[in-house]
Every structure is written in structure tokens, then in C-alpha cells.
Design a protein around this ligand. Structure first.
Ligand SMILES: NC(=O)c1ccc[n+]([C@@H]2O[C@H](COP(=O)([O-])OP(=O)(O)OC[C@H]3O[C@@H](n4cnc5c(N)ncnc54)[C@H](O)[C@@H]3O)[C@@H](O)[C@H]2O)c1
Length: 299
């Protein structure tokens, strides 16, 4: 199969490239190293591009900005991929507030560019979109919480294992990033339902893995581990460090995408995470990290 992956040098995109290449598929990567523009040199993903170019025989890289509508249309017309995995994004809440146009143009309009190109040139091909659990905004904060020694936990049996996909995404605060991702998420669902395309949105919590170019504003576990190993100070933003995040490894994400591509449906939405067992608070992440490195994290 010909698989087109956007954000192919990033954490999820590069894992997806490797995963599908190992299954014998031809990979068309799309990435313009925008992460370095968003976050500076620490966010540079070109190291990962080099690894992909050196390790995958059937890999072609396209240095293309997904905001460039005509180039997106031209590429999909030329390649006509048999599956599309869309992972390119402006991925940070905090960053979005200072670059609202870039954030919306990449996350919302870039996604629309890809959907429309897919509709025109490869209507039958599964289209997987990396959405986010931030589409639920701050609505989950209204669920009753209890404070434990190292974490906040839901104090409501209905949500003991987390929130369902039917949870409201409406009438709450999202951050500009959350709002641009809602726009993309709804559009991906709409192309599925309206045009009968095999689209899905994957709403993850914290995605992690060895290929993350983690920075303070994005890539929580990667950045936290870096700080511990390199003896840098990790700044905790509120909630006593007891805020909890679901974590899933990028390879598990790639495996799920493979299952969807092989068994596609229209306009689906999935919360994709490691489950409660793989969740941790910042305080718990410090402890786990310290148990491996033997070093205390500077806070
Ligand atoms: N990492 C997480 O914790 C997390 C959590 C929930 C959802 N997500 C979502 O998963 C997806 C992938 O996240 P990630 O952690 O792999 O991000 P990442 O920043 O590591 O990778 C994204 C890649 O997209 C590229 N890119 C950005 N804008 C582009 C543009 N305009 N044109 C072409 N390429 C562009 C970047 O250079 C980068 O290499 C994103 O949609 C993100 O919102 C991530």
C-alpha cells in the first residue's frame, strides 16, 4: 500500500512511518519541520527525518506545508495514497494563544485541505486524524474530584475509568489550540458522515515515545525525563503536581491505526489512551523517572 503520513518527522508520524514500512508499505512523508518554528531548536525534528531516510527504503519525503492548499491537492493527485494518517499539527495549548492564526491555519484549515484533497483523489482511502482529548475542554474539571497523596482522582463512579466519547465538547473553555482541534475533529467526522469517507478521529491524552522532540510547552513525559537526566529544573504549573494524564506509547498508537486502516468505518471517534493503569500525575512521573535514573528531579 501507499501510505501518506503528515507530520512524518514528529513523534506519532515517524512511528507510523516505521511501523507501516516494517509491514512492507511505501511511505510518503509530509513535514516542513514546523515544530522547530513553533518551539525553537529543541523542537527541531530533522534528526528524525534523517533516521527515517536512512532506515526506510521506500520512503519519500515531501517538505510541504499543509497550509499550502494547492501543493496538498497536487501531491494527493500525484500519489493517490491508499491510506492517509494525519498527524501534523501545532500541538501546544500555551503556544496557540500567541500564534492564533498559525494555530488555526495548521490545525483546522490544514486538516480541511487534506480532507478535500482526499475526497477528490482517493475517496476510498481510510483517513486517520490525530485529534486530542483537549476537544473536551475544561468540562471534565466539573466532575467531582478527590485529593489523594500523589494525585487528583475522579470521585464519581461513572467516570472511574475515564470519560466516554459521548462526553460534551460544547460550552466549555478549550484554549485556542483545543478550539482549532475541535474544528478539525468535527470536519473529519463530517467528511466521514456526509461523503461516506472512512475517517476517524483519535482523541489521545499524552502520547509519548522515544521520537519526541520534547519541549516545555509540549511533550510532557519526554521533557520531564530530559530534565531529570540532564539535571535541569522542571517547573510545575499549579495543582500541586497532582494533575493526572493518561499516557500511551506511540507504537501502540501506530498499531491502532493499522487496525483501523484494515477495518475502516465512517466518521468514527475514539478516545485512545493507555487506560487508568498507565496514567500518572507529575509527582508520580517524577518518582517513576527517579527509580530508573537514580537522580532526583530538580523542581
Ligand atoms: N503528543 C501528545 O501528547 C499529543 C496528545 C494528544 C494529541 N496529540 C496530537 O497528535 C498529533 C501528533 O502529535 P505529536 O506529538 O507527534 O506532534 P509533533 O510536534 O511531534 O509532530 C508533528 C509534526 O508535524 C509537523 N508540522 C507541523 N505543522 C506542519 C505544517 N504546517 N506542515 C507540515 N508539517 C507540519 C512538525 O514539524 C512535526 O514534525 C497532533 O495532531 C497532536 O495534536 C498529541
Amino acid at each position: 500500500m501507499k501510505i501518506l503520513v503528515t507530520g512524518s518527522s514528529g513523534l506519532i508520524g515517524s512511528e507510523v512511518c516505521t511501523y507501516f514500512a516494517n509491514l512492507g508499505h511505501a511511505i510518503y512523508g509530509v513535514d516542513n519541520n514546523q515544530r522547530a518554528v513553533f518551539f525553537g531548536p529543541q523542537g527541531d525534528t530533522s534528526w528524525r527525518l534523517k533516521e527515517l531516510q536512512n532506515s526506510i527504503t521506500e520512503f519519500s519525503h515531501h517538505e510541504l506545508d499543509i497550509r499550502d492548499r494547492q501543493s496538498v491537492l497536487d501531491l494527493l493527485k500525484e500519489v493517490r495514497p491508499e491510506a492517509i494518517v494525519h498527524t501534523a499539527a501545532q500541538p501546544s495549548h500555551d503556544k496557540a494563544a500567541s500564534i492564533p492564526f498559525d494555530d488555526f491555519d495548521v490545525n483546522a484549515v490544514g486538516t480541511l485541505n487534506l480532507l478535500e484533497a482526499a475526497r477528490q483523489f482517493c475517496l476510498e482511502s481510510p483517513f486517520v486524524h490525530m485529534s486530542t482529548n483537549k476537544v473536551y475542554g475544561d468540562a471534565p474539571n466539573d466532575i467531582k474530584l478527590k485529593e489523594l497523596d500523589t494525585r487528583w482522582d475522579y470521585d464519581d463512579a461513572t467516570y472511574a475509568k475515564g470519560i466516554p466519547e459521548s462526553f460534551s465538547i460544547d460550552q466549555c473553555k478549550h484554549s485556542l489550540f483545543g478550539a482549532s482541534k475541535v474544528a478539525a475533529d468535527i470536519m473529519v467526522q463530517e467528511y466521514g458522515r456526509y461523503f461516506g469517507m472512512a475517517t476517524c478521529c483519535l482523541r489521545g491524552g499524552c502520547l509519548t515515545g522515544p521520537s519526541h522532540s520534547g519541549v516545555e510547552l509540549h511533550g510532557f513525559l519526554s521533557y520531564l525525563v530530559k530534565c531529570n537526566i540532564e539535571g535541569r529544573t522542571y517547573k510545575v504549573f499549579g495543582y500541586k503536581g497532582k494533575q493526572v494524564r493518561d499516557n500511551i506509547h506511540s507504537e501502540d498508537v501506530a498499531q491502532f491505526i493499522d487496525l483501523f486502516v484494515n477495518s475502516p468505518r465512517c466518521g468514527e471517534v475514539y478516545n485512545l489512551g493507555g487506560g487508568k493503569d498507565k496514567s500518572c500525575s507529575i509527582l508520580e512521573a517524577f518518582e517513576i523517572c527517579e527509580s530508573f535514573s537514580g537522580k532526583k528531579t530538580k523542581v
